[in-house]
Design a protein around this ligand. Structure first.
Ligand code: USQ
Length: 396
């Protein structure tokens, strides 16, 4: 297959690019390097020393003999450029990772909220409208989030995108399936909810074939391919904006910082290892919906855990201390989470479990690069609303 990976220089995009190339697909990266620019804005850096994309691509070619194409494009601003790209490259599929993906970053200020909405929604819409304009039958695979559902599930298992409902009517009720009601917890998560509506419209109106992957929190940083050569190393974020919870705990443990559990740590979230993520993306590419079918939605997660249980697990493995810090976010202090993930398991996904992979990740990445960590970047400083700013009473 010929596949364009939009956002192919990022945390999920880069390992996916390598995996798809290793599996024999012809891959072209599209990126505007916004993630590297945001590092500069925040004064933060990946724990791992990531190389410029040109060096990454050259190293891959040197190692495997396989080349990866590249086009520098800002998808949110350059619809024409992307249309030209599609018509020239004629990909069978695009994998769309090209969005601002950090919830804390999206909540930092009015400017960050507007950037996240403008960037994410415009990029998604430009991709869809360019696909239609190109008159090519391109399968659009999008990286969505479990966060579109919210995390309170009233005891039920969250289905893969669609909820069975009974609609009352004069002649008795009718059974229908609707998109699971959305309940985003940040501006970032809200953009993925807006994306869902764009997808539903383009699947219905233009018969665009679309798959939306509702992904949980990634843990781990390396895959079989990124481990092939140090120049292929993937990014590892641990700062208060982009670091995801378990990866943050691993780095905190490696540098002797107490594990920063927000609130009581009773938040239950869905998780998936990065190696399983790249496998899932290929499985989704190999099993597209038919033209005219509704958007195909997968829950891309393998386990659920409470934040405090993860902290205890990391503490047990490493001897780190656990600290309960005031929660900068507005979220339920405690929640249950049950999720259906049969679709990928049925397609052959064999999950990497936390119990099997965690120690390896601690040793191979967090401890190895701990000397590069900047401890001043660890605290989470982005607050969800004014009442959560330090020194402001919560009742305000
Ligand atoms: N948390 C802590 N301590 C920390 C960092 C986070 O207790 O030091 C807590 C948060 O308060 C939250 C939970 O851990 O309750 C998860 O936070 P996170 O930063 O790991 O994950 P989140 O903000 O939800 O976002 C991440 C990715 C996003 C993806 C999402 C999947 O950045 O791109 O869409 O995970 S999901 O969470 O399933 O929506």
């Amino acid at each position: 297959m010929k596949i364009a990976v939009l956002g192919g220089d990022g945390f999920c995009g880069w390992p996916t690019t390598l995996h798809l190339s290793a599996r024999g697909h012809d891959v072209v990266v599209v990126d505007n390097f916004s993630r590297r620019a945001i590092d500069e804005e925040l004064g933060a850096e990946s724990l791992t020393p990531i190389r410029p994309l040109a060096e990454r691509r050259a190293a891959w070619e040197e190692r495997t003999g396989r080349s990866i194409g590249f086009a520098q494009l800002d998808l949110a601003r350059d619809h024409e450029g992307f249309l030209d790209f599609l018509v020239t490259e004629r990909p069978d599929a695009v994998v769309h990772f090209a969005e601002q993906r950090a919830a804390p970053y999206s909540m930092k200020s009015s400017r960050h909220k507007r950037y996240t909405v403008d960037n994410n929604v415009s990029a998604t819409h430009n991709v869809l409208s360019a696909v239609v304009e190109s008159e090519l039958d391109v399968h659009v695979v999008h990286l969505g989030t479990m966060g579109v559902y919210g995390y309170g599930t009233a005891g039920m298992k969250i289905p893969e995108g669609y909820l069975d409902v009974e609609v009352p009517g004069p002649e008795g009720g009718t059974a229908q399936q609707i998109l699971y009601p959305s309940n985003p917890g940040s501006i970032y998560h809200m953009t993925k909810v807006l994306d869902q509506t764009l997808f539903a419209f383009y699947a219905k109106n233009d018969a665009v074939r679309i798959t939306d992957l509702h992904q949980g929190i990634i843990w781990g940083t390396s895959t079989r391919e990124t481990r092939l050569d140090e120049r292929l190393v993937n990014r590892f974020d641990y700062d208060g904006d982009y670091g995801t919870v378990l990866n943050r705990f691993l780095v905190q443990a490696a540098v002797g910082h107490p594990l920063t559990v927000h609130g009581t740590g009773g938040q239950t979230r869905a998780f998936i290892h990065i190696q399983d993520m790249v496998r899932c993306v290929e499985l989704a590419l190999l099993h597209p919906p038919a033209a005219g079918e509704r958007v195909k939605i997968f829950n891309q997660m393998t386990e659920t855990h409470r934040v405090r249980d993860l902290a205890r697990l990391v503490a047990r493995l490493t001897g780190a201390e656990v600290e309960l810090v005031p929660n900068p976010r507005q979220e339920s202090a405690e929640n249950e989470l049950h999720v259906v993930n049969d679709a990928f398991l049925d397609l052959g996904l064999e999950p990497t479990t936390l119990s099997a992979g965690l120690l390896l990740e601690v040793e191979q990445t967090a401890a190895r690069w701990a000397h590069r960590a900047d401890l001043s970047r660890i605290p989470a400083r982005s607050v969800w609303n004014r009442s959560r700013r330090p020194g402001v009473p919560a009742s305000r």
